[in-house]
Write a protein of this length. Structure first.
Length: 385
């Protein structure tokens, strides 16, 4: 069987699947459940200096399903607040987790004042945490209300936390709401962070049309789900090639093949949260098993054999082949005359003769949409005649 071990910030993990900080990692007992179900590591639910943010309203979860014809997307919309513990109790949970877990356990803190960044980092280090995420970019955090830019806030947090914790890796959690995440991560690398998490959750809003009010608690909330994967892949693949520090990928992970894709893009480890919240702790082992299956199929013996492999295969705008080389063709023997292809073809290439449909090779621009949407795969993309 392939070797899934990896090194993240000098810490050995049995596999790269890390459970991200949320209610599912809020206590030592829940962290142990992560380990029992196969996690390589876990990040304890974030401690917040701001006491108000330690209590969640009820309810604070909503699964939003949106439809476009037969297509559906899902979002885990949440206002689950920070760890309910004060700093002393939070450190005690870390200590208890280290006494019962053999997997690495990372703390996560979000503070407001430099002095409290220092105190919280020191308390977590003394409690035995293997590393510490600096959660400056939390969608529920107070940082959006300050005069600092996100980059300035992250650097200030790093400098202050380093004064309290000088023996453990400090890992900055990056917001996806930046104009150029790759450039920001490289600046954080130069500033001395030991690693980065790409990314935190986005902040969004959902509205109840009957009451014309924000849903649940009445305000903004974090939102994540499978849809976020492509954004995460895009920026990690651009950031990884010239980066000196490891990346923990976070955002959109729902299968073991998603884990494989993020490793191909350059991630060292992959954090998953929404998938475990919605599917339970047992789902962790499925992610690990599916990663094993991918590696067995491809003949990989270790993660290093394919980490970042996709990065140099991504073409620039100048390299992309733009010639029209394919057109669509309908297999008349399979076509059920549903008419979907004619509805979506803006080039009027789909032509109807009675109940039969055909495609004009002269008019078809080879966009491929009709082939994608055909419900019985009766349309193929063939070389231009």
């Amino acid at each position: 069987m392939a070797d899934l071990t990896t090194d993240f910030c000098g810490i050995r993990l049995d596999n790269p699947v890390v459970v991200g900080p949320a209610g599912i990692t809020a206590t030592a007992e829940r962290l142990r459940r992560c380990e029992d179900n196969g996690a390589g590591a876990a990040v304890m639910k974030s401690y917040f200096e701001h006491e108000l943010l330690r209590q969640s309203p009820t309810p604070h979860f909503k699964v939003i399903q949106r439809r476009l014809g037969p297509y559906r997307s899902s979002t885990l919309y949440s206002f689950e607040q920070a760890s309910p513990y004060g700093l002393q109790e939070y450190a005690q949970q870390i200590q208890a987790a280290k006494e019962t877990c053999t997997m690495p356990v990372f703390g996560s803190i979000d503070c407001v004042t430099p002095e409290h960044w220092r105190q919280a980092a020191a308390a977590c280090q003394q409690a035995g945490t293997d590393g510490l995420e600096l959660n400056v970019s939390c969608p529920h955090g107070p940082h959006a209300m300050t005069q600092m830019t996100m980059f300035e806030a992250m650097i200030a947090a790093l400098d202050a936390a380093r004064q309290g914790a000088d023996r453990i890796p400090l890992i900055l959690k990056v917001s996806p709401q930046l104009d150029n995440p790759a450039a920001t991560v490289h600046r954080l690398n130069a500033a001395g962070t030991d690693g980065v998490v790409m990314f935190n959750r986005l902040t969004g809003l959902e509205i109840d049309l009957d009451s014309e009010q924000p849903i649940m608690h009445g305000g903004y909330a974090g939102h994540g789900g499978p849809w976020a994967l492509h954004y995460t892949l895009r920026w990690i693949s651009q950031t990884y090639p010239d980066l000196d520090i490891p990346i923990a990928a976070s955002g959109g992970v729902c299968t073991g093949t998603d884990v494989a894709k993020l490793l191909l893009a350059g991630a060292t480890v992959v954090e998953t949260c929404s998938a475990v919240v919605l599917q339970g702790y047992e789902y962790i082992s499925q992610l690990v098993d599916e990663l094993h299956q991918f590696m067995a199929k491809k003949g990989y013996e270790s993660l290093s054999e394919f980490r970042g492999k996709i990065c140099h295969r991504i073409q620039t705008n100048e390299q992309i082949q733009r010639a029209r080389t394919r057109v669509a063709e309908i297999d008349a023997s399979q076509c059920t005359a549903c008419g979907i292809c004619a509805t979506v073809c803006i080039y009027r290439a789909v032509q109807q003769d009675g109940e039969d449909y055909g495609i004009s090779a002269a008019l078809c621009q080879g966009c491929g949409l009709c082939a994608e949407l055909c419900p019985i795969q009766a349309i193929a993309m063939i070389p231009v005649p």
